[in-house]
Design a protein around this ligand. Structure first.
Ligand code: IMP
Ligand code: MG
Length: 188
C-alpha cells in the first residue's frame, strides 16, 4: 500500500499546506537519483559524506540518503544564529561540530532552507577551510525574495514564496517539525 501521511485535521492549527507529502517524496527521489548519477563515478576512490545541519535538515536528510544508491557516510553539524524566532541576524555560531575530518572527501551539505543565505554561506566558507575534495549544497527549499547572500544550490527541492514555513523538519519555536508536509504559517 502506498504511503499515506496522517491528516492534521485540528481546525486550530495555525498553518496551511504549501507542499504536499507526495510532492516532497517525488522531488526527494529525483534529487537522490541525481546525486547517485553524479557521484557514482567518484565514490570508489573517495568517500562521499552527507552532512546535515541540525535540526531542520534531519527529515529531509533521512529521506534523501535512502534515495542515494551509493555507500555514503552521514555526519551532522549544529548551528545557531542570533536573532528572533523568524529572522536570522547573519551571525552564525557552530554549536556542534562534525565527528570526523572531511579532508579529501566529497561533501554534500544538506540544509532545510536557504532564506537570507547567511547560515549556508558561513558553513560553506568554514567547511572549505577543511579541504574537502569537493563541496556541494543540497537544500530542500529556497526563498529567493529574502536572499542577502549569493549562494549556489547544487541540488534544490523547491523554490517558495516569501512565507514562513513549517513541517518536514522546519519549525516555528521548535514546533511542527513532524508535519509530513510543508505548511506556511497563517497565524503566527
Ligand atoms: P538563513 O536566513 O538562510 O541563514 O536561514 C537560517 C535558518 O533559518 C534556516 O536553516 C532555518 O532553520 C531557518 N529558517 C529560515 N526560514 C525559515 C522558515 O520559513 N521556516 C522555518 N525556519 C526557517
Ligand atoms: Mg536550519
Amino acid at each position: 500500500m502506498a504511503f499515506q501521511a496522517p491528516a492534521w485535521n485540528r481546525p486550530t492549527e495555525p498553518f496551511a499546506e504549501l507542499i504536499s507529502a507526495d510532492a516532497i517524496a517525488r522531488r526527494v527521489a529525483e534529487l537522490g537519483a541525481q546525486i547517485t548519477a553524479e557521484y557514482s563515478p567518484l565514490i570508489d576512490k573517495t568517500d562521499v559524506v552527507v552532512i546535515g545541519v541540525l535540526k531542520g535538515s534531519v527529515i529531509f536528510l533521512a529521506d534523501l540518503v535512502r534515495h542515494i544508491a551509493l555507500p555514503v557516510k552521514v555526519d551532522f553539524m549544529g548551528t545557531s544564529s542570533y536573532g528572533n524566532e523568524q529572522t536570522s541576524s547573519g551571525v552564525v555560531q557552530i554549536t556542534q561540530d562534525l565527528s570526523k575530518p572531511i579532508e579529501g572527501k566529497h561533501v554534500i551539505l544538506v540544509e532545510d532552507i536557504v532564506d537570507t543565505g547567511h547560515t549556508v554561506h558561513y558553513l560553506i566558507e568554514n567547511l572549505r577551510t577543511r579541504l574537502p575534495a569537493s563541496l556541494k549544497l543540497a537544500s530542500l527549499l529556497h526563498k529567493p525574495e529574502r536572499q542577502e547572500r549569493e549562494v549556489k544550490i547544487d541540488f534544490l527541492g523547491f523554490t517558495i514564496p516569501n512565507k514562513f514555513v513549517v513541517g518536514y523538519g522546519l519549525d516555528v519555536a521548535q514546533t511542527y517539525r513532524n508535519l509530513p508536509f510543508i505548511g506556511y504559517v497563517t497565524n503566527p
